[in-house]
Design a protein around this ligand. Structure first.
Ligand code: 6R9
Length: 570
């Protein structure tokens, strides 16, 4: 990327004139910023790390890692040398281009070094959540045909090696006992050379496989290629609004696509200092991370924001949060109440962004310069054509609910579902469109409003009700910390609305409270949207990325099998 070219990207990031920006935009223009546009040789780890060293930014801090027991910083140069070493370790064991190499460990500097090292060899990285149990790990390693795994002594017991004949090498970060047929990360890193020529790849060569759960069947291996970096880089600039001196914190784990696209690639392609915080969530811990590291751009998820909101003012008021310049959210609908609260609590409107594992990067967003309508996901990125279509692929008029679909292609879209091309085809069942599986509508100003997953939409007495709308109203009630809403079969109404609710501290689960909450929704939203049944729970079932698993609520309710639970939080 040339310095003067980066300037011109910054200028187009002024989306104040959205229509004009859309007209002028071309992906090819963005591609030109990469040196590989001219020579055709590409490697994500080189673009994200080594290039900054080559261009004189080697001494800049790339990574600030901390958890309860340590805090370490790494410059771009240090990350270059460490990932070179790890690349050499892998090469010594015969690993190279196209091999699938998985990572199964908690966040730590070694995880990030390992991932970059994998990419340098041209292998395809597969990050897994540390919380996965034996079957979840096995399913993913088996389906991908992984040849190597990087893990820790604590997690090793969940790797059923006998059942995974293709898994040749296990590299352990931590203590290894001799005679165990394991590779010690520490030993081999010590003796490996820190010089390495990365594997030069084609832009359509592999980058990552992220496993994600559908509503049925086994998890799907979403396959991404090097070319995705065009969009990671560009959205980092336009949507995250990353600038040279930013301290950026994405709270997501690399086991989730947000933790790679926006926890690794977008910040480092833009040469920005990246904060990683290990350990468990607590409001105090997160706010003190922002305060200590002077975080300026913060990307998190609705569940976290709701929990921070639930913690009450007395918590955030103890911290100095004025380093923040831009706050963003992804993963689930961001309730209007949370947007309004964020404005009050942080002085910033939380900017919602919509995208999926399959899309590889953000597609519909609230840009820094845009007027936010609280509750809306925003507008399509320049270069992205989104629409609401009916089941035949015809666009529906504004304010009508339908399938949220994207005109193909875009740079970061998945290239296949690993081992399952027919699953991949299902996303393109309407010719010319990628069908997201979300239902939404577009208003007369071109803002998109999420309604639910297609299969979550409730039909009560002929009214189509998006569960999110009801959930958003519910959490405006002072007693409600979290809410999940499903349609429960009902002989007269087709379905009635049932709400599962976790209460905030200090509220008691009584019938009077149920009655009060019912009336609150009825009066605030509509009678047909009010939950006729309410059940209080200590906790709601959620994925690791914070999505309330309505299908689990439904399974509880109807006494059905809950399906694949490998991504559930606890
Ligand atoms: C990045 C990520 C994708 C699904 C998507 C939708 C939901 C994501 C959202 C949102 C409403 C938003 N989703 N962002 N719903 N508003 N801003 O989340 O990927 O884990 O694959 O989930 O998440 O239902 O289809 P992934």
């Amino acid at each position: 990327m040339q310095e003067e070219n980066m300037q011109s990207t910054v200028q187009t990031s002024n989306l104040g004139n959205y229509e004009e920006a859309r007209k002028q935009f071309s992906w090819e223009e963005v591609e030109r910023h990469f040196t590989w546009y001219a020579n055709g040789k590409v490697n994500m780890a080189h673009e994200a790390i080594d290039r900054h060293v080559d261009e004189g930014r080697g001494n800049k801090t790339a990574l600030i890692y901390s958890d309860a027991s340590r805090r370490e910083t790494f410059t771009f140069e240090e990350l270059k040398l460490l990932s070179n070493r790890f690349g050499n370790v892998l090469r010594q064991h015969g690993i190279g281009k196209g091999d699938r190499v998985f990572i199964f460990m908690p966040r730590s500097p070694e995880l990030y070094v390992a991932l970059l090292g994998i990419l340098k060899t041209g292998a395809i990285a597969g990050p897994l959540f540390e919380a996965f149990m034996e079957t979840a790990v096995k399913d993913r390693l088996e389906d991908s045909g992984a040849v190597a795994l990087i893990t820790t002594p604590q997690l090793l017991g969940r790797v059923s090696r006998e059942e995974l004949p293709e898994l040749k090498q296990i590299i352990v970060v931590g203590e290894v006992h001799s005679g165990e047929d394991l590779i010690s990360y520490d030993d081999e890193m010590r003796s490996a050379s820190d010089e390495l020529e990365p594997e030069w790849l084609d832009r359509e060569d592999g980058l990552l496989i992220h496993y994600t759960s559908g509503s049925t069947g086994k998890p799907k291996g979403v396959y991404h290629v090097q070319n995705a970096m065009i969009q990671h880089y560009y959205t980092g600039k336009m949507v995250l609004d990353l600038r040279e001196d930013d301290i950026y914190w994405c709270t997501a784990d690399p086991g989730w696509v947000t933790g790679t696209s926006y926890g690794i690639f977008a910040p480092w392609l833009n040469g920005v200092t990246n904060v990683v915080r290990g350990g468990r969530f607590s409001p105090q811990d997160w706010y003190s991370t922002i305060e200590r590291e002077n975080v300026s751009v913060w990307y998190s998820a609705p569940t976290a924001f709701r929990m921070l909101m639930g913690a009450g003012e007395q918590v955030h008021e103890q911290f100095r949060l004025d380093s923040l310049r831009h706050v963003l959210s992804v993963g689930e609908p961001l309730n209007p109440e949370v947007v309004r609260w964020g404005w009050k609590a942080y002085g910033h409107r939380i900017h919602d962004t919509w995208w999926m594992t399959e899309t590889g990067a953000q597609l519909i967003c609230n840009y820094p310069e845009m007027d936010i309508k609280p509750g809306s996901m925003g507008k399509p990125l320049p270069g992205i054509e989104a629409a609401i279509v009916d089941d035949h692929g015809q666009e529906v008029p504004p304010n009508h609910m339908g399938n949220l679909a994207i005109r193909t292609p875009w740079p970061s879209m998945m290239r296949t579902i690993w081992n399952n091309p027919s699953k991949y085809e299902e996303y393109f069942r309407l010719p010319g469109w990628y069908v997201s599986g979300d239902s939404a509508y577009m208003d007369e100003d071109g803002y998109f409003w999420f309604q639910g997953r297609i299969d979550d939409v409730i039909n009560s007495s002929g009214e189509r009700i998006g569960p999110f709308e009801v959930e958003s109203k519910l959490i405006e009630h002072p007693a409600v910390a979290e809410a999940g809403v499903i349609g429960k079969p009902d002989s007269t109404r087709g379905e009635i609305i049932k709400a599962f609710i976790a209460l905030r501290e200090g509220y008691e689960a009584t019938d009077e409270l149920k009655e009060e909450i019912y009336r609150f929704v009825k009066e605030g939203l509509s009678a047909h949207a009010a939950p006729r049944e309410i059940e209080f729970k200590d906790k709601l079932p959620k994925t690791r990325s914070g999505k309330i698993m309505r299908r689990v609520l439904k399974a509880w309710e109807l006494d059905l099998p809950a399906g694949d639970l490998s991504t559930i939080e606890d």
